[in-house]
Design a protein around this ligand. Structure first.
Ligand code: B12
Length: 207
């Protein structure tokens, strides 16, 4: 794996090295998705496993996240897909009670790159905030992210709030514990396991 140096740098929380190696791989012509998936994302999977095993704790997880973000910053301009402007408005956020934002940011970046106007509400976002913003901005899609099994019910509550408000905004969901089965159960319009899939999904929903 040529991107092993990036993987290793995330694992030891070396932000500067992640940044430098990401740039080196880009300059060498390594595929952006290889850097993203085999370097940055798989390192975070490893970090999750180390956390589950009790080998590292929250501060270390946070430092790894910061190191990953440093790499994402370098990749951002290269994740753009096509140049056509505003294909629709997407409101994105991590649901109430959940502070994880790396995956959500990645989805947001790729949506922007694909030409959607993205309004990012950040983390720990209440259902009412999604409803108010979607109504105000006349958004076509709301994208909800959750990384904790304990915050998945916030997705269902948000969907209920959107429907009760009578909005026709489509709702898509994602995040590591989320599945297509769960999406069907709570009445979401779509689910994707990754950021490129999220872009495809929104394109499908809007045609
Ligand atoms: C980094 C991290 C943190 C960081 C977050 C920093 C940040 N700014 O995001 C910090 C240290 C703050 C943290 C805190 C906690 N965490 Co944490 N964390 C992680 C870790 C290691 C990586 C997550 C990540 O960024 N992955 C990389 C991104 C790129 O992947 P992703 O988020 O899944 O996103 C992709 C897809 O899911 C999808 N996607 C994501 N969102 C969306 C949205 C839409 C609409 C679509 C279509 C697709 C989509 O596309 C993305 C890109 O392809 C995971 C382990 C893991 N491997 O998931 C644990 C993990 C999620 N955390 C966990 C836990 C327990 C916690 C804490 C409760 C720990 C504690 N005791 O305090 C707290 C909770 C804080 C809170 N209230 O949210 C558990 C959750 C277990 C569970 N069953 O719920 C995990 C699984 C670790 C573990 N193995 O136990 N965490």
């Amino acid at each position: 794996m040529t991107v092993k140096t990036i993987f290793d740098a995330v694992i030891v929380f070396d932000e500067a090295r992640v940044q430098a190696q990401t740039q080196i791989e880009l300059d060498a012509g390594t595929d952006v998705n290889t850097i993203l998936n085999d370097g940055l994302i798989s390192a975070m999977d490893e970090v999750g496993e180390l956390f589950s095993a009790g080998d590292i704790f929250v501060p270390e997880m946070l430092m790894a996240a910061e190191a990953m973000k440093a790499g994402l910053k370098i990749l951002k301009p290269h994740l753009a897909e096509g140049q056509s402007r505003s294909k629709g408005t997407v409101i994105i956020g991590t649901v109430k009670g959940d502070l994880h934002d790396i995956g959500k940011n990645l989805v947001s970046m790729m949506m922007e790159g694909a030409g959607f106007e993205v309004i990012d509400l950040g983390v720990d976002v209440a259902g009412e905030t999604f409803v108010e913003t979607a109504a105000e901005k006349n958004a076509q899609v709301i994208a909800l992210s959750a990384l904790l099994t304990t915050t998945m019910p916030s997705m269902e509550n948000t969907i209920k709030a959107v429907k009760e408000a009578g909005l026709e905004t489509r709702i898509i969901i994602g995040g590591a514990p989320v599945t297509q089965v769960f999406a069907d159960q709570i009445g979401a319009d779509g689910f994707s396991a990754d950021a490129p899939g999220a872009v495809k999904l929104v394109k499908q929903l809007l045609t």
